[in-house]
Write a protein that binds this ligand. Sequence first.
Ligand code: ADP
Ligand code: ZN
Length: 753
Amino acid sequence: MRLVAVAVPVPFLDLLTYNVPDAMPLPPVGARVRVPVGARTMTGCVVRHDAVVEEGTDVRDVAEAVDAEPLLPSPIVELCRWVADYYVAGIGDALAVAMPPGARGRATAFKKRRTATLSALGLDAARGASQNVESAHARNLTTRQSAALEILLAAPGGLPTSELRDRGVTPAVLAALAKRGLVALSDERDDRDPFERAAMADVVHDATRQLTGEQQRASDELFALADAGEFRVALLHGITGSGKTEIYLRLADRVRRSGRQVLLMVPEIALTPALAALVRGAFGDRVAIQHSALSAGERHDQWHRIRRSEIDVVVGTRSAVFAPLDRIGLIVVDEEHDSSYKQEETPRYHGRDVAIMRGSRERALVVLGSATPSMESYNNAASGKYARITLERRVLDRPLAAVRLVNMRTEYAEQGPEVVISRDLAAAIGDRVARGDQALILLNRRGYSTAVFCRQCGDSFECPNCSVSLTVHRTRGGNDRTGWRARCHYCNYSILVPTACRKCAAPYLEHAGFGTERIEEQLRERFPEARVGRVDRDSVRRKGALTEILSKFAGRELDVLVGTQMIAKGHDFPGVTLVGVISADVGLGLADFRASERTFQLLTQVAGRAGRGERAGEAIVQTLYPEHYSIQLACRQDYPAFFDREVAYRRAMRYPPFFALINGVVRGRTFDDAMQQAREIVRRLEPATAAGRFTVLGPAPAPLGRLRGEHRVQFFLKGTKRADMRNALMQVVAGMPEIRRRLTIDVDPLSVL
Ligand code: ADP
Ligand code: ZN
């Protein structure tokens, strides 16, 4: 018998062993095969040839070989095995991340983009459609199906299925809806150049530019590391505006000339279109781009260009870490502290950490760049595990923005509790608008208001499926409050905001809490002459919308840009001389061990967007806690002081980076059911905890106690030996097969909320 071990896309499932029939050539590692799993046939991937089975075991045959050549190069297959192991995921789940889109099915090439539109619902008015959706509820649709209809309702032009998938609508849900005639699926050819959308025409890389002394020193050190051709991790800690991008480009060029390939990872390409354009400008055609906002067809084409070795440089988001490059010499992880490197669905990998693992397997230099490194990376640099390279000055000796704090308690006392924009901030905005400078205004909370309640009876709008209150969004143009929607940010459930209370009919509905939409409204009212734009997940739903707004702002067609953390990242807008932070405290009150770190990073990064041109910049930060250390130290932009303070807290409290955490969440139809299962898992972990290998905290109700109609109970493993913790957990899961579909495991969670 010739045996192969095959990975299939089933949660938590280990490799399955199959026999290759005599007539079939042995499929190589990395090739796809069709195999029987239970009563079904699935597309899997060959992972090993050295499978063994006990005598007498019934081994089924591979049904069909899909590829004669490996689809995935074997180093990528091995990397995925590590991911599955480290993150306690099924090997099939891990491999699925590395596959090009469409690879799970039988078709290997498609250049079409499939679009889904709401159909058969009489779409002449959104209102009509909304009633139809409501009646669809009555037609016994599942929560997922109604959620899909809700999303499509907001997009009369339809949405590509790839985008729908990113928003949680699976092809199966679409197929079910299509079968019922509620959704129409259509294919269109799509061969647009992904750079067209990503690029902003006016950024050009000037390769002859004189480096600053600091940049030169940093480049020399990195060149030496790259030339050694060995695995090494270097932390490039450079303050905002110190010119890190220029260093990446020169280093990439050097590595490329030496015959090896470069992977440049960024948190979100759409947020840094200038970088993609710079790289394309610097390296021409042999550049590929990889990120989830591309259509499936685009991603597919780019992936195969990389696989055919037509590429020297890949720019991409976290999943690009699996790009099938075969001569990788350099991996740059820009803004390495950014939380979007962590995938929040199975397999819950961290792109930066996988990059380091890949670098070590393929002997590449890994450069982590940031002005505000993660505690993990800085700690490794401080201990000498990583090389540390520091840039302490901005290019051309531009000063950092001067940061001023506004104590909102004083402001409330003097101006009343309704104040959102303080006098100082308003004056500064007015000043910029009058001078023709630009301002960025940050509030890390979207929507118009964050809760609605009745002043008479106290009834509030909670999501029926999740334990959160609904966020109010104003629909396009609606200035009177009719037609506003209250929406759940987790499951997308929404209702029209009524004009009177649903319970007691009193007309006293109060909006509490404010989000970006309210700031935008206030700015328009107070500065009618200013051109105001907004960037948050809601305003950039449409493909290309984000690039459009950012290019407008870069082209000085907007004066003020309001937004969530999306505006704090990496941008380089020389016209910005003012950054306003509406509430520095969003997130600070959360009982999460990373709350201070996140606040420090966000404030430092957003303040770093000011004063990048000829004129000096200023930042005004509104807060209720002006004395909090993460706010104080962010104002002084003093990273080392913040690290010292924070690291002492982490050590004392036994948190990462000193202790590892694994989070488990058990879902159930009732709370008791979820709790009972979680208790059983914890009970089975007892022998390991009794042996002192790690500790277990919980089970306890998860902070988000209900989500999409399910109850959630969580527990934590905490210790210094991750492998022990993982193995114990994996053993327990293996002994409770029925728990697989109801358990989520998160190794190194970014948040404990
Ligand atoms: P960082 O990523 O470190 O925040 P950037 O790489 O965005 O900084 O650089 C900040 C600005 O300085 C950019 O506009 C960049 O073009 C410019 N810049 C970088 N290096 C130089 C240099 N050596 N001389 C002049 N300008 C530079
Ligand atoms: Zn919900």
